[in-house]
Design a protein around this ligand. Structure first.
Ligand code: NOJ
Length: 598
């Protein structure tokens, strides 16, 4: 591991000033996720890179976001698109060099954009030096103790140590071969076999990661998105476990809302009832698998919190933690732990007014109980893009990607309309919102990728039974009339781009009234102007069962999730609409923002 400090010249003096506790920048920030492989490719090899990102930063500043989060760009054999790290302190040559990173960081800061980097502490690549040393070392050695090696069960240890199943399909254990050719111990991997899990009970592992955090903080990063934050500690004894339900995208258990509360008559009654009479649709808690959400992880966050505190300015730790219910998730963001956690409960809530309202309430209640802001997120690199997901029908296996043979194919027109309405609600909510590159263009999931192009380990480990996540990772279009839609200038693309994307390219939307890009731009500007991110939600009743209506400061937000138009209130100025509005009615699947001033 090379540990080098960034020169003072790249340290962001202007962004490093601390704010009063409770007003830190990340509490209200809009954070834009860049998936480096698919954002912009400066050298034309078909894979995006840091230089490409740097050239496109002005477009992001112009969009009106506050920060970028970069998915992994560090050294990796790329078996899981960079989430299999072989050196945490160097840039992978496919993305550039450390000095490219320093330049990108300085440039982002000059544009007043903060930079969050992804850190992957649950597992390394099997090519990481630590794992190679563990393989070469004898059973029971200190090197082996950095990972989770166990003897197998049964005759000759031929049966894996327990029955756990990998998130990507297949078993969670792989057996190694001893130098004399005989079968040896098994190692644990929650994800692919090329991603062995680290042993976080081991102090040495913790110390290495403290040094890695400091390496990036010294260079000036504004914080970390922490991969698989819920998986780092496993229950003692590694007991067998059989999941009771289908698991969510990254293996989180899926919360099930009380079916009784979803009875349509109950929905209608509830929508007409005063606030206090509304059911909260608390999901039924599902017992946590022995590898997720173990209480001892909190001790790690407290240590990390103390490291970040030693740096000037307000640095953020954001947990990727698939934990239910939200009240348990909120424990990750207590004042001395992480700053934020992705709100996957919100992401996976049905497009249904009562459920949306319930999850918004639940989120604000749970996070504010520990003094943290709620986050909001609709898309990322692991889930079906929301411009497709919101139009999926019940039979679609949305947790595992969709492909040409998936049942319940989404209607693209309906999907985009719902996505625009949903994003227009999300950006009016108090707290911090995460955007995934391309959602501001209204990009759908690419469903018909040829099988031969697919690269997600899920596709291989399930032998094609689950399509996986490639469909949301296709390089994004910048110019309608350029090779690879301006992703690069050679036309190469690590995943093929669809023919229909010319009309979705950024240059086809800039300045075009009603385009998705202009909708996002206006929403972000108004969100800032009216300080919506630091406001409060006050629900407005009486609009019927299919409508979400709320006031946040002087802005009234009305979203019609139902099939027929509803009457708009009289008075106020319409300042944002997700679709064209004529007359005094709000069409179906449309959101409007009205400035009321009272
Ligand atoms: C969550 C990441 O978001 C996902 O892309 C990755 O495959 C797994 N963690 C494993 O690191």
């Amino acid at each position: 591991m090379t540990v080098e400090s960034a020169p003072d010249s790249v340290r962001p003096a202007s962004l490093a000033e601390p704010t009063i506790p409770g007003t830190e920048w990340w509490r209200t920030a809009v954070i834009y996720q860049i998936y480096p492989r698919s954002f912009a490719d400066s050298n034309g090899d078909g894979v995006g890179d840091l230089e490409g990102i740097m050239r496109r930063l002005p477009a992001l500043a112009e969009l009106g976001i506050d920060a970028i989060w970069l998915s992994p760009f560090v050294r990796s054999p790329q078996k899981d698109a960079g989430y299999d790290v072989s050196d945490y302190c160097d840039v992978d040559p496919i993305f550039g060099t450390l000095s490219d990173f320093d330049e990108l960081l300085a440039e982002a800061h000059a544009l007043r954009l903060r930079v969050i980097v992804d850190i992957v502490p649950n597992h390394t690549s099997d090519q990481h030096r630590w794992f190679q040393e563990a393989l070469a070392a004898p059973e029971g050695s200190v090197e082996r103790d950095r990972y989770i090696f166990r003897d197998g069960k049964g005759k000759n240890g031929n049966t894996p140590p327990n029955n756990w199943e990998s998130v990507f399909g297949g078993g969670m254990w792989n057996r190694v071969t001893r130098p004399d050719g005989t079968p040896g111990q098994w190692y644990l991997h929650i994800f692919d076999a090329s991603q062995p899990d680290l042993n976080w009970e081991n102090r040495w592992v913790r110390d290495q990661f403290e040094a890695i955090l400091r390496f990036w903080l010294d260079r000036g990063v504004d914080g970390f998105r922490v991969d698989v934050a819920h998986g780092m500690i496993k229950e003692a004894g590694l007991p067998d476990y059989t999941p009771p339900v289908e698991t969510g995208s990254m293996g989180g258990t899926t919360a099930i809302a009380d079916p009784a509360a979803l009875d349509p008559a109950a929905l209608d009654r509830a929508a007409l009832a005063p606030d206090s009479a509304l059911p909260k649709l608390e999901p039924k808690p599902i017992p946590s698998p022995p590898y997720w959400g173990q209480p001892a992880v909190h001790e790690i966050w407290r240590e990390w919190h103390r490291v970040l505190e030693q740096y000037p300015g307000d640095r953020v730790l954001c947990a990727e933690a698939w934990v239910d219910p939200l009240s348990k998730m909120a424990l990750w963001v207590r004042p001395d732990e992480m700053s934020q956690a992705f709100n996957f409960d919100y992401m996976f809530t049905e497009w249904n007014a009562l459920e949306q309202r319930a999850v918004i309430d639940r989120s604000i209640d749970a996070f504010s109980a520990v003094g943290a802001p709620s986050t909001w997120v609709l898309s990322n690199h692991d889930v079906v893009r929301h411009a497709s997901r919101l139009a999926l029908t019940a039979e679609s296996p949305q947790g595992a990607g969709i492909g040409p043979s998936s049942p319940g194919q989404p209607d693209p027109v309906l999907g985009l309309r719902r996505a625009r309405a949903a994003s227009s609600v999300m950006l009016a909510l108090p707290g911090s919102s995460y955007l995934y590159q391309g959602e501001e263009l209204g990009l759908p999931e690419v469903i018909d990728l040829p099988d031969a192009a697919r690269q997600d380990p899920t596709w291989f480990r399930t032998r094609g039974e689950k399509y996986g996540r490639d469909g949301c990772r296709v390089p994004i279009p910048w110019e309608s009339d350029a090779p690879a839609y301006g992703f690069n200038d050679t036309g190469a693309s690590w995943l093929p781009q669809p023919d229909e994307w010319a009309t979705l390219a950024r240059d086809a939307q800039v300045g075009v009234p009603g385009s998705t890009l202009e909708l996002y731009r206006s929403a972000l500007a108004l969100r800032r102007e009216f300080a919506l991110a630091s406001g409060m939600v006050e629900w407005l009743d009486g609009y019927g069962p299919h409508v979400l209506a709320l006031r946040n400061g002087v802005v009234t937000v009305i979203a019609n999730l139902g099939p027929i138009a509803v009457e708009l209130p009289v008075g106020g100025d319409i300042i944002l609409t997700s679709e064209k509005i004529t007359g005094g009615a709000l069409p179906s699947e449309t959101t409007v923002w009205i400035r009321t001033d009272s």
